[in-house]
Structures are given as C-alpha cells and as structure tokens.
Design a binder for this molecule. Structure first.
Ligand code: MLT
Length: 405
C-alpha cells in the first residue's frame, strides 16, 4: 500500500520563510501602491564582485572549448577549491584540516539539512532555542524528534537550549546528554556569537559524552571581535567531536550561485568506531554529482588577493547597515542585540507584543518585512529579527519607517 512519509506530516505548517513570502505576496497584492522593504530573509542584495565575475566568465569560456570542457565534477569537490579552502579557512588560522576532509557542496542549507542522515534514527538532538529552522525540520523528516506539541511549540524528543537575553544568548550545557548538538556561531537568528572559551567548553563536553557538534559557521566572515573563533577547529579536541558547515552565500553573495562545504575530520567516529567521514563520502557519492565547475571556480576566486579585498568590502557594506539599524532602533527606545559579529539584529518586541503580531504591525504600518522570533523556536517569542543584507538606501528608509510606528 502506497503511504507518504508520515514524518513529514509531523511538520507544523510550511517552512518559516515560505510562510513569510506568502504573507508578503498577499500584502503586496492588496496594497499595490505600497513599496515594501524586505529585511526578512537573509538574502544578499549586492552584485557579485569583480574577481568572482572574472572567474565565472573564464570558467564559462572553458566549458565552451573542446580542450577545456568538463563533465561531471568530482563528487567531493575539485582539488583546486578544496586546497584553497583548507589553506585559507583552516591552516592559515592554525587549524589542522587536510584538503580531503573538505566536502564541497551546493550550499550550507543542503548540508545542514542532509548531515543528519549519517546518524541513527534514535539519536537525540539538542538545539539552541531560537534556532535556524532547517536543523529541527530535517530531523523531523528523519523521524528523530517525536511528536509536535502545538501549545508548547516544541517537539517532545528534542532538547531545546534556551538562548535569551537572561543568559546572554549563550546555551547552557543540557541536563540530559544529547547525541547531536547543533551550534551556529555567529548565530542565526540572534546575531550573537560564542566566545572561544565557551565553545571550548562545548567541545570538552562533547568529547566527554561522546556527542557530535554540528557547527554552522555560515556567518564566520562577519566576526569583528578578537575572542570569537572563526572555526570550531580553533578549539582543542574538536577533531574528535565536530563537523563544520560553511557557506559562500553570506560572505561572497552566492545565495543565487550556490556553493558551500562541510568539514569532517577523519578521527571523528561514532561509539562503535565507525568513521563519519566515510559515511558522508558514501552519501555524496550516491546522492550528489558535485557542485558545478563554474561555481567552484568562482569559489576559488574568493581566496585570491583581489577576491579577499572585495569580500572584506562587501562585509563592511552590510555591517554598515547593521550599525544603522542598531543605532536607529536604540534611539527609538528598542532593546537590541547582535549586529556586531553577525549581519542580524535581534530586538525585543515593544511592550511584550507577540512576534507574529509585531510582524503584521511592521508590514501593515511601515511596509517593512522582518522575521518573527517565534518562527525560530519557543524562546524566540517576544523577539524579532532584522537583516543587515539590504541596500544602504532601503535600510535607512526602513529604519525611518520603523521609528514612526
Ligand atoms: C535566513 O534568513 O535565516 C537564511 O538566510 C535562510 C537561509 O540561509 O537558508
């Protein structure tokens, strides 16, 4: 008898950003004369930089010439990109990561959603709360989370680690030991970042309890403070307990290009000594035919001297927006967090208004789209996220409008 995967039926509603898109589309249809500014989904607005464009054009030309045409890419990534990543993102920072521990992919969203496949269905996950919804949703699809409790806004078998203003948005070590711990730093959605000392504590905890940390470093390029680690492998012992996921979307503006990578050290093993590196390689081989050559050449351009300078300028551009939002909201009396090591500003909704209610108010009264904190988990209630990825002009206009409501 044909049956759909019942785990999917356990997902509450549609994906957070799809829900928001639908609401915004309906609003625009009803208000065709209103200009709506999106500071909602973390999508970039600046065009690709010259070094990347040059690499893309050159790669397209190569694909058009008989001698340099390429078919299937190696499923784990081209050597030129894996070496550039290992040298620049790891060895230059003193992290001991080999080229063949890097798995190139079509982006961090796919990797963070798919990585759970290499773990047993009974593994217990722990997530920061609020959390990037992909981690929980993908585990729901895998049947790992138990049932959803509508009133509590949580799944019965997931360990939620509250991150609120009260604990400085830093999760405490859980009472019950999880098998898989998701950490995103700098954090989406709170825009805060974990110190090297705090992250080391998590690494020690994971090694002691034989848990794995899935470390999402998508926003690493936005770190401005000294004691914030750019990689979990800056911590001692991380090679035996951590997987790291990276994106090119947020630093190089690849949201529409698609490229990312995941690192799995060879020493990382499950309780029976099975190497996770081999499982992820097996999964890539079966389900992935490699990121396109053209994109991988563009990714390698990120690590050239011109690419590095241009990306630094791009990051500064967006962080200038973060400053504008932070300052304007503070002036208007809002309590705000983040925006220093991350392109997200996390604010407390005024007068304890529910975050979806604030979403509607902002959209209807100011024509500005943000993301309700409750969409990221129960502890996100009463908070709201704005992104710094807009243009300067739209960001300034948006804060002026917000100040007026
Ligand atoms: C976000 O807005 O949280 C992210 O940009 C969404 C994503 O990267 O998938």
């Amino acid at each position: 008898m044909l049956k759909a995967n019942a785990n999917y039926l356990n997902l509450p509603g549609s994906y957070l950003f799809s829900t928001i898109s639908k609401k915004v589309a309906a609003y625009k249809e009803a208000n065709p004369d209103r200009t709506v500014i999106s500071l909602g989904i973390g999508d970039v607005t600046q065009p690709l930089s010259p070094a990347i464009l040059k690499a893309l054009h050159a790669a397209v030309d190569e694909m058009g010439a008989r001698e340099t045409f390429r078919g299937y890419a190696p499923d784990l990534g081209y050597g030129f990109l894996r070496t550039a990543i290992a040298e620049n993102d790891y060895r230059a920072r003193g992290c001991d990561i080999a080229d063949d521990e890097i798995f190139v992919s079509d982006g961090a969203k796919s990797d963070s959603g798919n990585i759970q496949e290499i773990f047993d269905e009974k593994c217990v996950i722990a997530v920061c709360d609020p959390v990037y919804p992909v981690y929980v949703d993908s585990n729901v699809m895998a049947g790992r989370t138990g049932l959803y409790n509508e009133n509590a806004g949580r799944f019965e078998n997931v360990i939620y680690m509250p991150c609120t203003a009260e604990n400085g948005f830093s999760p405490s070590l859980p009472d019950k030991t999880p098998d898989i711990i998701y950490i995103c730093s700098p954090n989406n959605p709170t825009g805060t970042a974990m110190s090297r000392k705090d992250l080391q504590e998590w690494v020690d905890y994971a090694n002691k309890n034989h848990s794995v940390i899935i470390y999402d470093a998508a926003y690493e390029a936005y770190i401005s403070e000294e004691d914030i680690p750019h990689s979990i492998y800056e911590c001692e012992g991380a090679r035996t307990c951590a997987i790291e996921i990276h994106s090119f979307s947020k630093n190089a503006g690849f949201t529409g290009v698609r490229l990312g990578y995941t690192v799995i050290p060879k020493e990382l093993k499950d309780a029976d000594g099975v190497a996770l590196h081999g499982l992820w390689a097996r999964r890539h081989g079966t389900k992935f035919n490699g990121a396109p050559y053209i994109q991988q050449r563009a990714g390698a351009a990120v690590y050239t001297p011109e690419g590095k300078a241009e990306i630094k300028a791009l990051v500064s551009y967006y962080m200038e927006n973060a400053k504008v939002i932070l300052e304007a909201l503070k002036e208007a009396g809002y309590t705000v967090y983040g925006g220093v090591n991350a392109p997200y500003i996390w604010l407390k909704t005024p007068d304890g208004v529910k975050s979806w209610e604030f979403f509607e108010r902002l959209l209807n009264e100011a024509g500005v789209v943000g993301t309700p904190g409750a969409g990221f988990g129960p502890s996100g209630e009463g908070y709201f996220r704005l992104t710094a990825f807009g243009t300067h002009e739209n960001t300034k206009e948006a804060v002026e409008r917000i100040k007026k409501i």
